[in-house]
Design a binder for this molecule. Structure first.
Ligand code: GLP
Length: 262
């Protein structure tokens, strides 16, 4: 696992956007570059920088196919808190990408099992995901894989914990009851099948989750810890998120990644 520590959120996002753009630009195969994407506050700065790069001609999304991590069950696309809406508002509407290259789980499906199977099959039809960018929740959930979700799980229906509904209620008028109780989500196994996984972890409130991801035991309690079993996992984080790392871990990654410090 690589852990790239940056001074602050802006630099973390800059580093991640540079990394993603470089990977897309280095992709010379005929088949599209397959990019997994998250929602949440964490990736917003990355999306802003990728939009700037696209407008400046520094990266093209014409040959990129995207798969989003998750979607609330029961929210229509037009709902301003659906992840479909978030992705178009914060990213897809501002870059040049063929509409047919965008894949987001359908939260309004009347057959969730079939929708999740379709999603897995579509990912497989492209030969898998080249790079999955993610964020994590304060409880270490990756996509909507809450604590105690199997570390080999595939795309499926997930029950959201009360904790997550409380955290996400900031987008729903601070009322946890208004946050959908279920979501469709790629599984931990779906994410770790990707060739590379890049997870953004920023801010004091993610410090425990960062320590669990990097230093804790591999455990279904912290589903993010499954990244320790991945051969191409990168954590991009900021100083604020490092507060629960032991000093030797912190120094190790600063030393080994010092050329990557912006
Ligand atoms: C939600 C999403 C996750 C995201 C997490 C953290 O629960 N389903 O994919 O990583 O929130 O969000 P934020 O980046 O806003 O802290």
């Amino acid at each position: 696992m690589r852990v790239v520590i940056q001074d602050d959120y802006e630099k973390m996002c800059q580093w991640a956007a540079d990394y993603i753009a470089a990977k897309i630009n280095a992709h010379k195969e005929d088949r599209p570059f397959v990019l997994g994407l998250p929602t949440g506050s964490s990736p917003i700065g990355v999306y802003k920088e990728l939009i700037r790069k696209n407008k400046a001609g520094e990266v093209s999304f014409q040959n990129v196919v995207t798969f989003n991590m998750d979607e609330y069950l029961g929210l229509p696309r037009e709902h301003d808190q659906s992840y479909w809406y978030f992705m178009h508002d914060n990213f897809f509407d501002h870059i040049e990408i063929p509409a047919e290259n965008i894949n987001i789980l359908n939260g309004m499906t009347d057959d969730p099992e079939q929708e999740c199977a379709r999603y897995e099959a579509k990912i497989a039809s492209y030969g898998g995901i080249d790079l999955f960018m993610g964020g994590i929740g304060v409880d270490g959930h990756l996509a909507f894989n809450e604590p105690f979700t199997s570390l080999t799980s595939r795309t499926g229906v997930r029950d959201l914990t009360t904790d997550t509904r409380i955290v996400n209620s900031r987008f729903f008028g601070n009322d946890p009851e208004k946050v959908p109780a279920k979501a469709l989500s790629v599984g931990i196994g779906t994410v770790t099948d990707s060739k590379e996984v890049l997870v953004l972890i920023s801010g004091h409130n993610k410090a425990r989750a960062l320590a669990a991801t990097v230093e804790g035991a591999v455990s279904q309690k912290w589903t993010c810890s499954a990244l320790q079993m991945h051969n191409g996992a990168i954590i991009a984080c900021d100083e604020a998120a490092c507060g629960e790392l032991t000093v030797d871990t912190y120094k190790y990654f600063l030393d080994i990644e010092k050329k990557e410090r912006l």
